[in-house]
Design a binder for this molecule. Structure first.
Ligand SMILES: [Zn+2]
Length: 793
């Protein structure tokens, strides 16, 4: 006969300290201290004053340029854009740098996809300055875009990057000359089509041999600067980043997330070309102002600007004297922030580590059973039940946000709320409530050891899955699983009621905090509250990794009978109830604190479209569930197939009075036919100041090829739309653009649809200005005024 099965849950734990409250308190204090250190490490540096030493980066000095650049919206082609460019040239020439303007027409990389074939182009004017190196092995490019969206002045996006580069150029020019050439590239028309960067990378003589690109961006107004994207085989670049950036915040997981998101920056245009490698950095918190009129210089957190500058200057100096021919590592690195620096290891270690973590957890399960702390049945139950919080917490977070958005529908159009902190806390509290509820329900029956090992099992399994699918993210679960398994094996090797099991569990918890807490913190701004479930997932994984510490804190609830048991059950529910209440209170405070007002207006989207041929005009909106203000103009969804230049198929629509505005003029300059082809040469000229011009060919006509403002572009044909092949041209010159279309023979009479668009709806008949608490959505089409006309050929 063996020993009778243990009845007290504590006997089925990995640790059973003699003075449990004290041990619990000590472990909690240690983990809170580690968490505080992690948060402090992610904090931005103090902005340096204008009288900082000349070889340092000063946010105060850089901010003066922010104010000049972002005085008003300055999209490509606008008079304000000309003024900004003149200022940039003046500053760079004033530093004694060879400064030129690359003035050309560029085509967006890749073709328009879907039903409408065609191309997007822009007239761009890049400001390029060079600091020649003493003995160059290659070139370092510091890149930022100086254009803004039409709907806001771009105080952060990307006056932050542009001003950072001006201040870095000043600091470099003031110090000893670097070995390598440093080229400052301030691109145009990033917001339109990344066309400035495409033009530089493809055509500029300084770009011919490639080099190292450091792209600087801002998608928000505050928060740490994150190095979120790299070129392939990044190990050596990441190593330089870890050594030379004074505040290196970056994770190989971000690279993987970013690849899955529909975002692009100028960096993409460089990576599309052979010979370029590099790093892409941005700060991304405070996303509510992104692309809106609120993205002003005053909205900028100058601590984020300081971090951008410190890192860019450190990297420019390091790459400035490195041998740039020796940067290809042949493999990617795993890297993540740890207090005091950037941890990194080669990508080929990812899978072996994941396998080791899984084997360690299996060994832990085997030994725990041998030591009588659990059974195989309980281990299986612990693993199966471990899936519950992993699934429930993210779903709960999504439901929570659906509830908040139902109360405040205006959130639907925002990247993130204006004041997201309370909502983020609510999601974390909800994840904790889920974990505690699950633990209170399962602890007595399954036992703490089996639940802890089951939780580590999930972390280890996820580590294998990530290692195969998303290698840069595998460290997130592999390393906590490995640390947890090592701690568990240590605990089983010593006396259960001694101090060592508690110490081991606390150390493993600290590893989980260091690795997973920054992920939770950075995922919130990266994905926004609408995807808060992802942050909840990692919060719950953090909880699972720290389950032995959770167990120390958890009220005893096992073994007793009757009244005592009932009281114990109530005590066991206490953490779950407290966390659940906290989640509700945080969400409520969020709703109370983050109201829409004049400084935090509810975002609305409105456009105006006029057919100058028929005299028909319409209000249009992108809002799926229109705000009351927008509802004055638009009703149900309607087809906008007659405005192919808008790039949408359906929008909210409402009737409007016709404005007295001219459509772009189309003149046929030449029209020649053979049996196989018809070649038409036209000039399209805007009759008013516009930001973009579009030209579409009817869907029945096949375009074999085309030349737009001297650039050859591939042809194409529509599939099932009235207007097919199209050209979108940003920042057209006032004299218009010449387009040559080679049409396939046998096509019948053709038609062209020309559209142009300006910005701003003031003065449009029937437009009523917004009240103070109603704002403009950050979008490339907000407040757009489009005029179109069909021309038979
Ligand atoms: Zn932007």
């Amino acid at each position: 006969m063996g020993a009778p099965p243990p009845t007290r849950a504590a006997d089925r734990a990995l640790a059973r300290p003699r003075r449990r409250p004290l041990a619990a308190l000590a472990a909690l204090a240690a983990l809170l201290a580690v968490g505080g250190t992690v948060a402090y490490d992610l904090d931005t540096p103090a902005p340096r004053p204008a009288d900082a030493p000349a070889d340092e980066f000063s946010a105060a000095r850089a901010y003066r340029n922010v104010e000049t650049i972002a005085a008003r919206p300055h999209p490509a082609g606008s008079p304000a854009n000309d003024q900004v460019r003149a200022h940039l040239e003046g500053v760079l020439r004033g530093l004694g740098l060879e400064t030129t303007v690359q003035d050309t027409v560029a085509r967006e990389a890749g073709q328009l996809s879907g039903a409408a074939a065609g191309s997007t182009l822009a007239r761009v004017r890049n400001v390029v300055a060079r600091l020649p190196g003493t003995d160059p092995t290659g070139k370092v490019f510091l890149v930022a875009h100086y254009d803004s969206v039409q709907s806001g002045p771009g105080g952060n996006d990307d006056a932050a990057g542009t001003s950072t580069i001006l201040e870095v150029a000043r600091a470099l020019a003031a110090g000893p000359r670097p070995r390598n050439d440093v080229v400052f590239v301030l691109t145009d028309a990033e917001e339109a089509c990344l066309c400035g960067a495409s033009a530089f990378a493809a055509d500029h003589p300084l770009a011919a041999d490639g080099g190292v690109v450091l792209n600087l961006e801002a998608r928000g107004s505050t928060g740490p600067v994150i190095m979120f994207e790299t070129s392939r085989d990044n190990a050596k670049l990441v190593d330089v980043f870890g050594r030379a950036a004074p505040h290196p915040v970056g994770t190989s997981f971000a690279v993987e997330i970013y690849r899955a998101l529909p975002n692009d920056t100028d960096f993409t245009a460089f990576l599309d070309r052979a010979g370029f490698v590099g790093l892409n950095s941005a700060y991304i918190d405070g996303g509510a102002v992104y692309h809106t009129p609120l993205d002003t210089p005053a909205a900028m957190d100058r601590a984020s600007l300081q971090q951008h500058g410190d890192n860019a200057l450190g990297l420019a100096r390091e790459f400035g004297h490195a041998d740039l021919k020796a940067l290809d590592a042949g493999h990617d690195a795993t890297y993540f922030p740890v207090p005091g620096g950037l941890a990194r290891y080669p990508g080929w270690l990812v899978l072996p580590l994941a396998v080791a973590a899984l084997l360690a957890v299996l060994a832990l399960g085997w030994l725990a059973r041998r030591r009588g702390r659990t059974t195989y049945g309980r281990l299986a139950a612990g693993f199966a039940l471990g899936l519950a919080p992993i699934v429930v917490a993210p779903l709960g977070a999504q439901l929570l946000w659906a509830g908040v958005t139902a109360v405040r529908p205006g959130y639907a159009e925002l990247l993130d709320p204006y004041r997201p902190t309370w909502y983020r806390l609510a999601v974390v509290a909800l994840a904790a409530a889920t974990l505690f509820t699950w633990y209170a329900l399962t602890r007595r029956r399954v036992g703490p050891a089996a639940l802890a090992i089951g939780g580590l099992g999930w972390l280890a399994v996820l580590g294998i899955v990530l290692a195969v699918l998303v290698p840069g993210g595998a460290y997130l679960t592999t390393l906590p699983a490995l640390a947890g398994a090592a701690a568990g094996l240590t605990a089983l090797a010593v006396r259960i009621d001694g101090p060592w099991p508690v110490l081991a569990a606390t150390l493993a918890g600290a590893v989980a905090v260091v690795i997973l807490l920054p992920t939770v913190v950075l995922l919130f701004p990266a994905l926004g509250m609408a995807m808060g479930g992802v942050a909840a997932l990692f919060a719950v994984l953090l909880g699972l990794a720290g389950l032995p510490v959770v167990d120390l804190l958890h009220p005893e609830a096992g073994g007793q009978r009757g009244l005592v048991a009932a009281r114990a059950r109530r005590a066991g529910a206490l953490p779950a109830v407290a966390a659940g209440l906290a989640a509700a209170v945080f969400a409520g405070v969020g709703l109370a604190v983050d109201r829409f007002d004049a400084a935090h207006p509810v975002p609305t989207h409105l456009m105006y479209a006029l057919d100058a041929g028929t005299g028909q005009a319409r209000w249009l909106s992108h809002e799926t569930d229109p705000q009351p203000w927008t509802g004055q103009f638009v009703g149900g969804a309607a087809s906008v197939a007659d405005f192919p230049g808008l790039g949408d198929t359906e929008l909210r629509s409402g009737p409007a009075q016709a404005a007295n505005l001219p459509a772009p003029k189309l003149e046929v300059l030449a029209d020649t036919r053979s049996t196989e082809q018809r070649t038409v040469r036209v000039r399209v000229t805007p009759q008013r100041p516009v930001r973009l011009l579009t030209l579409h060919v009817d869907g029945a006509t096949e375009v074999e090829s085309a030349v737009v403002a001297g650039r050859a572009i591939p042809g194409g044909r529509a599939t099932g739309t009235p207007w097919g092949f199209g050209i979108v041209f940003h920042a057209p010159p006032p004299e218009g653009i010449e387009v040559t279309l080679v049409l396939a023979g046998g096509s019948g009479p053709a038609a062209l649809r020309a559209m142009d668009a300006s910005d701003g709806l003031d003065g449009v008949p029937g437009f009523r200005p917004r009240p103070a608490d109603v704002g403009v959505v950050g979008s490339h089409s907000s407040e757009m005024l489009a005029v179109a006309r069909t021309y038979p050929l």
